[in-house]
Design a protein around this ligand. Structure first.
Ligand SMILES: Nc1ncnc2c1ncn2[C@@H]1O[C@H](COP(=O)(O)OP(=O)(O)OP(=O)(O)O)[C@@H](O)[C@H]1O
Length: 308
């Protein structure tokens, strides 16, 4: 699988503050890579180093197989980006903005402006100027400008921040369409994890300038998302029964709660065995750990994701 982007031991200091610490990230063609992190974790700084808006203090960044120099700058023309907030000219309409930016970016395709306007759904905004756009429209404008040169790789910094639920869905559908129909690779940062979960295929979790975990959506679903929540009055007796059932993949959380990660065990089988061994059952349920909880567990309770 072709690597679109590779960060190798990238660090960045602002004065004495270490903002990025030995960041390693690999993004493959076709990935929608979700960069997750709290405010100040370093997400924007990573995106800016990729775009050469700031220089890393150390480490290596490889874009489309090219590391450093003017060749790297050349490869940047294959990217489109929105960093921090979308930038366009206040006094211009959507179409005028696209005409303006297509000249700046040297876009030669005469259909690019109208096609892009239509794609993002700004083809009916007429004479309305950018300064009077809603936040959702502004984000679409930013996306349209980023898409003008038909990039292979889209880099988006918190693009859904502040959008209402309908605008979020619209924006997500646009990105999925780009990924699915044009195989566009996307790097997107966000702290709206449930939204990112519906979009991204891989996640990098950033905390205090360090990538603490990289996980694919499939791995996340398989490893972390689901468990059987078993509430009993006597966990010692219950674990004895579980072992008799050849189940060892569980964790005793407290005196009354066991998390079972062996998901092929049926609730019926567990209940039947507990009852026949006179273990009092309070409740049994299948729980889904969402990305938000996974993220919090990873940062606050490092032991919680491990299975016994
Ligand atoms: N130019 C700069 N000079 C000094 N410090 C900076 C500079 N840019 C960023 N920082 C600091 O680096 C840290 C990471 O900032 P960054 O904007 O990358 O975080 P973030 O994860 O994108 O946060 P947010 O979600 O709030 O946008 C913060 O402590 C910030 O104050």
């Amino acid at each position: 699988m072709e690597d679109i982007l590779k960060l190798d031991q990238v660090s960045k200091k602002f004065g004495h503050q270490s903002v990025l610490k030995d960041i390693n990230i690999t993004i493959h063609r076709g990935d929608i890579y979700g960069l997750i992190g709290r405010n100040g974790a370093g997400k924007t700084t990573i995106l800016k180093t990729i775009l050469k808006l700031i220089q890393p203090t150390s480490g290596q960044i490889t874009l489309f197989g090219v590391t450093g120099g003017t060749a790297y700058i050349h490869q940047l023309s294959r990217t489109g980006s929105i960093i921090e907030s979308p930038v366009a000219v206040d006094q211009l309409t959507a179409k005028q903005n696209l005409i303006y930016y297509s000249k700046i970016h040297g876009v030669v395709d005469p259909n690019a402006v109208n096609e892009t306007l239509k794609f993002v759904g700004l083809d009916t905004t007429g004479k309305k100027k950018f300064k009077n756009f809603s936040l959702g429209m502004k984000q679409k404008m930013g996306l349209a400008i980023a898409l003008l040169n038909k990039p292979d790789f889209l880099i988006l910094d918190e693009p859904i921040n502040g959008l209402d639920p309908i605008a979020i869905v619209e924006f997500r559908e646009l990105l999925l369409k780009l990924n699915q129909t044009q195989q566009m690779t996307i790097l997107i940062s966000s702290h709206i994890l449930e939204e990112l979960y519906q979009l991204a295929t891989r996640f990098g979790i950033l905390n205090n300038g360090m990538i603490v975990k990289e996980i694919t959506k499939q791995e996340f679903e398989a490893q972390s998302r689901r468990f059987i929540k078993l509430e009993v009055t006597d966990t010692n007796a219950a674990t004895t029964v579980l072992r008799q059932m050849h189940c060892t993949n569980f964790k005793v959380i407290n005196d009354h709660l066991i998390k079972i990660y062996q998901l092929d065990l049926s609730n019926d089988a567990i209940v039947t065995n507990l009852v026949s061994n006179h273990v009092q059952l309070v409740n049994i349920s299948r729980e889904g750990l969402n990305l938000e909880q996974y993220f919090k567990n990873l940062l606050d309770e490092p032991g919680d994701e491990h299975h016994v």
